[in-house]
Design a protein around this ligand. Structure first.
Ligand code: 1CP
Length: 346
């Protein structure tokens, strides 16, 4: 007899599920004492480059909470180092040689991930041996536009003025850079799939900085190119355009099977825009985890009600978990989602 599909993969494909699957963006990290213990010994970059340790911190939240998916412990910037980028973390990415002129774009090469990030592929192989079947492994990459933001700006920012003004001042060079990142990320995601991940997610954390016009003319063609480069792989593709409420009609055209929805837009409204051919993932406000249990419960029920009875909902936060979150609130969340949706079938 064929084993039933794990609920996370079934929901990505909009198949019926025994309960709503749940995982959490940034589920491995500083809010977990067991993660902090590993980080006392190694810095972040070393952690991402040591397969046994990266695998260990990936498994930690799955072990503690019984989550329905694992996400590889790495960073969206990991694969750009091999393209010729000087990268450090403090605690976010810091770029030693930001891209400021069209000539700088030529420096970046599309590399073979097997040569530049073998440690990522090795971590995936370890994880596939060690993870329970109930927790499929998600591989991921940054969307071309979000990587562009860090590479041009030189690090994190609230407004990414340098990155955005590069779009307006040098649209042709911007497109060359976006296309190069799109190709590199397609190769990177494909290599992760070949190493054994069971779903792929593309994080477009800074999509919401763009108007629908700029999104359509710069970010969307690039992310489509990444997804087109994954054709023929039989695994679900997830796209998360953060702060993308005004971009969803376009985001749907990216070519993913699942759209991640941030906490600003109720899921019923997201579903009304994106239709029933894609699944949705989200979207509890990460701040709800700081509320007393009864108020948190109300917020969880509200997300479930908004998602509705149709298949194709993966429960998640509407953005990454905050680092001061109480792990017991996460345990409560996971248990209530399972308990309250058991037997719903949808
Ligand atoms: O331990 C530490 O001090 C480092 C903090 C940290 C961690 C735990 C960084 C630096 N990255 C990560 C891991 C990480 N990053 C994961 C792990 C897997 C998991 O979810 O458990 C993932 C998926 C990411 C992806 C990532 N990195 C994104 C996209 C997701 C999102 O939250 O929008 C982004 C924007 C980054 C950049 C980044 N890396 C690290 C930080 C602090 C940041 C944000 C920097 C900023 O813009 O201010």
């Amino acid at each position: 007899m064929r084993r039933p599909e794990p609920p996370f993969l079934a929901a990505c494909r909009r198949n019926p599920v025994p309960f709503t699957p749940v995982w959490i963006m940034r589920q491995a990290g500083r809010y977990l004492p067991e993660y902090r213990k590993v980080r006392e010994k190694v810095d972040f970059l070393t952690l991402t480059k040591t397969p046994e340790l990266a695998a260990e911190v990936t498994i930690q939240p799955v072990r503690r909470f019984g989550l329905d998916a694992a996400i590889l412990f790495s960073d969206i910037m990991t694969p750009v180092e091999g393209m010729g980028v000087d990268l450090e973390f403090d605690p976010g990415p810091v770029i030693g040689n930001p891209i400021r002129r069209p000539e700088d774009v030529d420096r970046l090469r599309v590399a073979d991930p097997r040569e530049t990030v073998p440690f990522v592929l090795e971590a995936i192989e370890i994880l596939r041996r060690e993870l329970p079947e109930s927790a499929p492994l998600i591989g991921f990459a940054g969307a071309p536009w979000t990587l562009f933001c860090y590479l041009v700006e030189g690090g994190g920012s609230k407004t990414f003025i340098k990155a955005k003004s590069f779009l307006f001042a040098e649209p042709d060079s911007a497109r060359v850079l976006l296309n190069r990142l799109a190709e590199m990320m397609a190769a990177y995601l494909r290599a992760q799939a070949e190493a054994g991940v069971q779903a792929l997610m593309v994080f477009d954390s800074w999509a919401g900085l763009l108007s629908p016009y700029e999104f359509r003319s710069f970010a969307l063609p690039a992310v489509r190119r990444t997804f087109e480069g994954l054709r023929g792989l039989d695994l679900p593709l997830i796209y998360f355009p953060n702060q993308g409420s005004t971009l969803l009609e376009d985001a749907k055209l990216a070519g993913a099977d699942v759209l991640g929805i941030d906490w600003r837009l109720p899921l019923s409204r997201a579903r009304a825009v994106v239709g029933s051919e894609v699944a949705v993932q989200g979207n509890l406000d990460p701040a709800a985890l700081f509320a007393p249990r009864d108020a948190l419960g109300t917020q969880i029920r509200s997300v479930l009600r908004e998602a509705g009875p149709e298949p194709g909902h993966i429960f998640n936060l509407g953005h990454g978990i905050e680092r001061t979150t109480d792990p017991d609130a996460v345990a409560f969340l996971v248990d209530r989602v399972h308990e309250w949706t058991e037997g719903n079938g949808g």
